[in-house]
Design a protein. Structure first.
Length: 149
């Protein structure tokens, strides 16, 4: 066990290796923990993890992260609404902004969300918070084309 500890480079795992190796060599747990620079309770916890999971139990496990604020279905609904564009009489805006989307999300899903978080959700789903050049909803494209000629 001590030989394997020499080959390891993860700091916390090496100390646990040495402590368990010393305990297996016949030292008391208090003395083995002191030599490894840890408390006796930490050594006891390491021994329990070692007995349950083997050598892999001595190293830090990856931590989980907070679940997404919007579910996959809600993100799909949000993406569909963004691609469709807002309906000015219904939504009250002619282009989507993060603030307008935050209001839409709170009305549609009942989840209060900050506009900056909407930008993060958009980036994570492969979209951008940038919006197209504004166009008046009652603009007449034919009249604009005639005006340019």
């Amino acid at each position: 066990m001590a030989q394997r500890a020499l080959r390891q480079w993860a700091g916390s795992g090496v100390g646990l290796f040495y402590a368990i190796a010393n305990a297996l060599d016949g030292l008391s747990r208090a003395e083995a923990a002191r030599l490894a620079g840890m408390e006796r309770q930490a050594l006891r916890d390491a021994v329990v993890r070692y007995n349950a999971e083997g050598v892999d139990g001595l190293f830090d496990q990856p931590k989980g992260h907070r679940p997404e604020w919007l579910t996959e279905a809600e993100q799909a609904t949000l993406a569909a609404a963004i691609f469709k564009g807002p309906d000015p009489p219904v939504d009250g805006v002619c282009t989507w902004t993060c603030e307008a989307l935050a209001i839409w999300i709170s009305e549609k899903f009942g989840k209060s969300i900050y506009p900056d978080s909407v930008g993060r959700i958009l980036r994570r789903t492969g979209m951008s918070r940038q919006k197209a050049r504004p166009v008046h909803p009652k603009a007449n494209p034919k009249a604009q084309e005639r005006f340019q000629k």
